[in-house]
Design a protein around this ligand. Structure first.
Ligand code: GLY
Length: 361
């Protein structure tokens, strides 16, 4: 198996079957006083044993277990973890290891970045979504009253170790949902990658490493140019203005059935429809992209009653300026258009169009 190291800013990012050897070397080099490993019930059972078997330097590490799910990505859960760290004597020479999906890497990164003003952490992402998106780029944080990532800081992990074979531990639905971020990377940056994804059977493990590499490369190029999301990095938000609103809406209703990738896929469809009038995307291409997404990702059955609430939620989006709801749209595949303000009426039309075209039909 191939191994690839991508060095971006201060982050060492390793991809491939030998990442555990890289992690061992890192631990031998640094002599941390204490090591803490954050897991959820799934990674405790399916991923931790493999990690412990292959990285002998983790012997004696303390385990901290969270309950999985976006609903637990809260400051209250952070407080519990900070308390455990404090009781177990974590200090500035401790290492915090995030073993899991996006909730673990977002929350764990935030906990580490703020405990005693910051301790070192590494990410070992175990879902496709976390491998190609959440684990790198330095965004950490938690939700506030369901609002996605409302509290957080930029903080880089010391390293990211991506082992594609962890994807075998995922339920199929979760694996597929992670591909939404890969399709997003293709739409914002690379038409050849889009075509590759359209040809690829997502459940076929043979392609995973290639897809992870290309997505990570696209993300890192953007993050390196604009680490603090002053402008260019907003391209990575394509599909997320609507997507995050949908996620919050479902969380508020106590329906934990919507996965982040599924919300982003629906968000991309809405934002492709919006791109036709607002960013000059030709309607034939928009149709083709929507058709491909609809084939792979589930329709989100929100009803017309949801629309007003979804718009209210979009008003919290971090891209907004002076009360205007701003989107990242597409003029074409690989040609994102940033900071496009759209009126609530226009957004309502698009949500209705999605509902009529994909929910009712
Ligand atoms: N997930 C989008 C970003 O890292 O900017």
């Amino acid at each position: 198996m191939q191994q690839q190291t991508v060095s971006v800013a201060s982050v060492n990012l390793f991809i491939g079957s030998t990442v555990n050897e890289n992690f061992s070397a890192f631990l031998r080099e640094h002599h941390f006083h204490k090591i803490f490993i954050l897991v959820d019930e799934h990674t405790l059972r399916h991923c931790l044993p493999r990690l412990m078997d292959t990285v002998a330097e983790l012997e004696g590490a303390e385990l901290i277990e969270l309950e999985s799910g976006e609903i637990n990505k809260t400051i209250a859960v952070c407080t519990q973890v900070w308390r455990v760290l404090s009781e177990l004597g974590a200090d500035r020479n401790s290492l915090f290891v995030n073993l899991g999906g996006g909730v673990i890497t977002d929350l764990g990164g935030f906990v580490a970045a703020t405990f005693k003003r910051g301790i070192a952490f590494v990410n070992i992402p175990t879902t496709l979504l976390a491998q190609i998106d959440a684990s790198s780029g330095g965004k950490t944080g938690v939700d506030l009253d369901g609002l996605k990532n409302e509290i957080g800081v930029f903080a880089e992990p010391r390293a990211v170790y991506i082992d594609p074979t962890f994807l075998h531990t995922l339920p199929k639905r979760e694996l597929i949902a992670g591909f939404a971020e890969a399709f997003k990377h293709a739409l914002i940056a690379d038409v050849d990658y889009w075509q590759l994804l359209c040809r690829t059977e997502m459940a076929n493990a043979e392609y995973w490493e290639e897809i992870i590499r290309r997505s990570v490369e696209i993300k890192q190029t953007i993050v390196k140019a604009d680490p603090y999301e002053k402008n260019l990095r907003r391209t990575l938000n394509f599909g997320h203005t609507v997507g995050h609103a949908l996620e919050t809406y479902f969380l508020e209703r106590g329906e934990s059935t919507l996965l982040h990738g599924e919300a982003v896929a629906a968000g991309m469809i809405c934002e492709l429809l919006l791109s036709v009038d607002e960013a000059g995307l030709d309607s034939k291409s928009a149709d083709e992209y929507c058709t491909q997404l609809v084939k792979r990702f589930p329709h989100i059955a929100f009803d017309q009653m949801a629309n007003e609430r979804l718009i209210e939620l979009m008003r919290h989006d971090k891209k907004n300026v002076e009360g205007e709801i701003r989107f990242t749209l597409l003029a074409a595949c690989g040609k994102p258009v940033l900071n496009k303000a759209c009126s609530p009426d226009r957004i309502l039309q698009i949500l209705t169009a999605y509902h009529v075209k994909y929910v009712l039909s």
